[in-house]
Design a protein around this ligand. Structure first.
Ligand SMILES: *Cc1c(COP(=O)(O)O)cnc(C)c1O
Length: 365
């Protein structure tokens, strides 16, 4: 049998581990920060109709520029944005990859403040962009002073700021974004995947006059459309021109565009579930505190909880009880912590029940 090591793989990919959050459909899945509310029957019916319409012309390539979708996304974002300043791709991960293909690459570097979203590092690796791991404070906050110091020291070609941050949950003070944009020699990407879960400030307000600033968003979280794979960005129109150089032709399929447009038709319904998700997250915060554990302040639909002496054992005990959470404890600065996202009321109830039982057995503490 051929092993990976036998292949003429790029040297810099040897020994690396792929992204691999477990997918265990039989457990209550609170491990990848999805919105637990499925689409309504009305949305499903509209999507079926839009897909049927798109299917009638599937012998043709889709709109390469996704013009209608980008105009609708610009309208959704507001802040005076136009279609020329918006770009969409297959998940915000593909948007991030396109940014690194255009602005990173061999001989260039990207910097992030860890602990943060692991894909920033992995996509940098995949595009042969050198990764620079700067650090958040021990309480997971990031001050403008610390952020500026790291950017001035390393002069990266791309800086990643994540607000609210995954997996720690806190949002950034907008001052951090503007201070970093002031000193960064290259692109500054603000990953706002969880923006719709709170009233935390958005970097969209500081885009005007900053052509090297990019704000990325996704339909995978609050929008409850993770399966559709739609992410997007807002930036100066010239940034969109740059991404056209590296994107694959017709990267966004006609069916994906149909799904995204349907989601925007139902934006009220989709974002209507956010209040419930936030209420459930608050319930998790209270319930976990009642068990004598700590949580980290969060503006997203998930939270860190712990600390655990043996987080892997607690993770397994929770899974044995039917609940899948995320073991982030191997991440830099995250020893002892697990991450859980808000599910439905029943799912959160089960989680708290199993956690209580787990602690009662002394697992992991
Ligand atoms: C979940 C997440 C994304 C979303 O990725 P998609 O490719 O849009 O599903 C992006 N950034 C962060 C920080 C995330 O947690």
């Amino acid at each position: 049998m051929t092993r990976l090591a036998d292949l003429p793989l790029r040297e810099d990919l040897r020994g690396q581990t792929p992204y691999g959050a477990p997918q265990l459909p039989h457990a209550v899945q609170l491990n990848v920060n999805e919105n637990p509310h499925p689409p309504s029957a009305a949305l499903v019916a509209d999507l079926a109709q839009r897909c049927a319409d798109a299917a009638a012309t599937l012998h043709r390539y889709p709109d390469r520029e996704a013009g209608e979708l980008r105009a609708r996304l610009a309208g959704y974002l507001g802040h005076g944005l136009t279609a020329e300043q918006v770009w969409a791709a297959n998940g915000s991960n593909e948007v991030l990859q396109q940014i690194l293909l255009a602005f990173g690459g061999p001989g260039r570097s990207a910097l992030g403040f860890e602990p943060s979203y692991a894909m920033h590092r992995l996509i940098s690796l995949g595009t042969s962009t050198r990764w620079i791991a700067a650090r958040r404070a021990p309480d997971f906050t990031l001050s403008a002073h610390a952020a500026v110091a790291a950017v001035v020291e390393h002069r990266p070609d791309v800086v990643f700021l994540t607000s609210p941050n995954n997996p720690t949950g806190g949002a950034l003070d907008p001052e951090v974004v503007t201070a970093v944009a002031e000193v960064a020699p290259g692109m500054v990407v603000v990953d706002e995947a969880y923006a719709e879960f709170g009233d935390s400030p958005t970097a969209l307000t500081v885009l005007p006059g900053r052509p090297r600033l990019v704000v990325t968003r996704t339909m995978s979280k609050a929008f409850a459309m993770a399966g559709a794979r739609v992410g997007y960005l807002a930036a100066d129109a010239s940034v969109v021109d740059a991404l056209r150089l590296v994107r694959l032709p017709y990267h966004l399929s006609a069916l994906t565009q149909a799904a995204a447009l349907t989601a925007l038709d139902h934006v009220g319904e989709l974002l209507g579930s956010v209040a419930d998700v936030v209420a459930q997250r608050q319930r998790l915060e209270r319930g976990i505190a009642e068990l004598g554990l700590s949580t980290v302040p969060t503006a997203a639909n998930f939270l860190l909880f712990g600390p655990f002496a043996d987080p892997a054992a607690t993770w397994q005990a929770l899974l044995d009880g039917g609940v899948l959470v995320r073991d982030v404890s191997a991440g830099v600065g995250l020893a002892g912590w697990l991450r859980v996202c808000a599910g439905t009321a029943a799912e959160c109830e089960l989680f708290l029940h199993v956690l209580r039982a787990t602690l009662g057995q002394g697992t992991g503490r």
